[in-house]
Design a protein around this ligand. Structure first.
Ligand code: PLP
Length: 393
């Protein structure tokens, strides 16, 4: 019998990818499936970004680069942090990786020992708890509610911190809730964190530009600059520039830990793809008009979808602050249906009987909800709502 490590047995495959896969299988079998499960923009990567990649190929930028990223891309990232976030970093505080996923993975491996606790607010991006488990850490989940717009309170955070807490993870705007913390809310969390110098902070800003709060984006470092020496800012080009397939993410933070993360990366994947790095540089240095075009479209679809969801029986949806996800409660609909007992079964039923693929909230640590991606055309969204209306009677 082939022996598997306890490490791999402690984790599960990404549930969002699982839904996408089942939908693809049903589609291949000839069924008409509307996929609202995907976590990526439906837009194509902008032309000027593609052109930079093609030029890189022609220029022979097809070899290994520095493990932590090309000097040119790191310069573009440093300039981006200064320009958009008012944050100052040196080159040795930046690590470019193969997607935001690898950035967080490197961080977990670099700072967690067996049994170290990582505080993760729910609903969370599906990969945080599993990556913490791979690092043999212990995910400590803090549940939020719709009453606080799916955000945790300072009291909750303080109550969860122990001597074993090593990391606090915050993702705003959030996948899956679409909610963003206000500057005041971040300051209140920062005030708690100031009291516990043994806790490091990871702020995942992957959806930074995709907001419609009417206020500028802010993260916990903007709110509480005193946390600079123990905060990691994680970001990437995947969502903002419709570049999920290019696999470029980046991390900024204290040089000591960034160096340790680089060491891990040097013994696993080495540098991210040289061509993707050239494309990411063009994305960060170029005109940001393409981002605004996509955000305007996401905002419009958000407004339609939230209103439409609230007309469905047993469904309640809050307006989000950004991202391309809606995260309604389906609890009423689940309770009203005697053939299912939870959100996972209900999602399966909707997929098989209504041909609509969405991701059950359990995947994000919040049962009773569903995540719907509106990174798809208005026509498809309208069609999906029609089908849901029929299925929910
Ligand atoms: N962080 C969040 C909150 C995400 O939603 C995602 C992707 O779904 C990532 C990080 C990872 O992005 P990437 O595709 O760059 O690995």
């Amino acid at each position: 019998d082939l022996q598997l490590s306890s490490r791999v047995q402690s984790i599960k495959p990404s549930p969002t990818l699982a839904v996408t896969n089942i939908a693809a299988e049903l589609r291949a079998a000839g069924q008409d499936i509307i996929g609202l499960g995907a976590g990526e923009p439906d837009f194509d990567t902008p032309d000027h970004i593609k052109a930079a990649a093609i030029e890189a190929i022609h220029n022979g930028q097809t070899k290994y680069t520095a493990v932590d990223g090309t000097p040119a891309l790191k310069k573009a990232i440093i300039a981006k942090f200064k320009r958009d976030n008012g944050l100052n970093y040196e080159a040795n505080q930046i690590l470019v990786s193969s997607g935001g996923k690898q950035s967080f993975f490197n961080l977990a491996l670099a700072v967690l020992n067996a049994g170290d606790e990582a505080i993760i607010p729910a609903p969370y991006w599906v990969s945080y708890p599993d990556m913490v488990l791979v690092a043999e850490g212990k995910p400590v989940i803090l549940k939020s509610t719709a009453e606080t717009r799916f955000k945790i309170t300072p009291q909750q955070l303080e109550g969860a911190i122990t001597d074993r807490t090593r990391l606090f993870v915050i993702n705003s705007p959030s996948n899956p809730s679409g909610m963003a913390y206000t500057l005041e809310e971040l300051q209140a969390l920062g005030d708690v964190l100031k009291k516990y110098p043994h806790v490091m902070i990871a702020t995942d800003d992957m959806y930074e530009p995709i907001i419609w709060t009417g206020k500028p984006f802010c993260n916990i470092l903007n709110a509480t600059p005193e946390l600079y020496d123990r905060t990691f800012v994680l970001n990437g080009v995947s969502k903002a520039y419709a570049m999920t397939g290019w696999r470029i993410g980046y991390a900024a933070g204290p040089a000591k830990v960034i160096g340790a993360m680089k060491k891990i990366q040097s013994q696993s994947t080495s540098n991210p793809a040289s061509i993707s790095q050239a494309a990411a540089q063009a994305a960060l240095d170029g005109s940001q008009d393409c981002v605004q075009t996509m955000v305007t479209a996401f905002h419009k679809r958000h407004d339609y979808l939230v209103e439409a969801l609230n007309t469905l029986p047993g469904v309640e949806c809050l307006r989000g602050d950004g991202t391309f996800y809606a995260f309604p409660s389906f609890q009423g609909a689940i309770d009203a249906d005697s053939s299912v007992s939870n959100d996972v079964e209900f999602a399966e039923k909707l997929l098989k009987e209504a041909g609509v693929a969405l991701v059950p909230g359990s995947a994000f640590g919040m049962p009773g909800h569903m995540r719907l991606s509106f990174a798809t055309s208005q026509e498809i969204l309208t069609n999906a709502i029609e089908r849901l209306k029929k299925a929910l009677g």
